[in-house]
Design a binder for this molecule. Structure first.
Ligand code: 5GP
Length: 225
């Protein structure tokens, strides 16, 4: 009776540093085969155990500029230390078209750019339960210098002020609960009335007629008054 649009949803997941976005997204992808995570391009150097083509496509600033010139990004932003991050346009369009829900794990600035171009984008912000917990997680990670850590921390405070631009906020205290909350958001978004392409309601008289001539129907049944 109801035919919904086949095209997938575009979902942005942002969050403060050490909010656990990566872990939450990993679980979401494992549990939901209809989700696709876009891999961004970045001009920042590779860190620790990061893998080319899995975490990012690592390119030089010149290659990044080239892609900007060729209009290959859906959005891009200078996130930190003069390093650029950008979302490739073409593959996202292809995935959405065949029905995948596409996740972009990008910052607040990128989220603003995408929302302006595509207002139907679903914006989800993931937060750590407290700034104390952020501090603890940053210390534990030990991948960056003290200076970088302080910058990240300051940035986290700035980003929290932007939460009101998002559609949903999810606190990541227990990973599994955060994942289930995001799954619930995605399911409800699929049920939105503006996703309906066509509603076909069968003719009322036809249905009554079919019902009356149905052999299984007991004509002697008295209506309950
Ligand atoms: P990191 O260097 O720690 O991997 O990422 C730093 C920030 O860049 C994170 O907030 C992440 O969400 C953001 N980011 C990653 N890819 C993109 C992208 O393609 N575009 C934008 N605007 N931000 C991104």
């Amino acid at each position: 009776m109801i035919k919904s649009k086949k095209r997938g949803n575009l979902i942005i997941i942002s969050g403060t540093t050490c909010a656990g976005k990566g872990t939450v997204i990993k679980h979401l992808l494992e549990r939901n085969k209809n989700l696709y995570l876009s891999i961004s391009y970045t001009s920042r150097p590779k860190r620790g155990s990061e893998v080319e083509g899995e975490d990012y496509y690592f390119i030089t600033p010149e290659e990044f500029q080239e892609k900007i010139n060729h209009d290959e990004f859906l959005e891009y932003a200078q996130v930190q230390y003069g390093c650029f991050y950008g979302t490739p346009k073409k593959e996202i369009e292809e995935k959405l078209e065949v029905g995948f829900d596409v996740i972009l794990e990008i910052d607040v600035e990128g989220a603003k750019q995408v929302k302006e171009k595509f207002p139907e984008t679903i914006l989800i912000f993931i937060m750590a339960p407290s700034m104390e917990e952020v501090k603890r997680r940053i210390k534990e990670r030990k991948t960056e210098s003290a200076e970088q850590i302080i910058k990240r921390f300051k940035r986290a405070y700035q980003e929290i002020n932007e939460v009101n631009k998002y559609n949903y906020v999810v606190v990541n205290d227990v990973v599994d609960e955060a994942v289930r909350k995001i799954e619930a958001i995605l399911i409800s978004e699929k049920c939105r009335v503006d996703r309906i392409e066509e509603i076909r309601v069968e003719n009322e008289e036809e249905i009554i007629h079919e019902f009356l001539i149905d052999k299984d129907f007991d004509n002697d049944t008295k209506p309950i008054v």
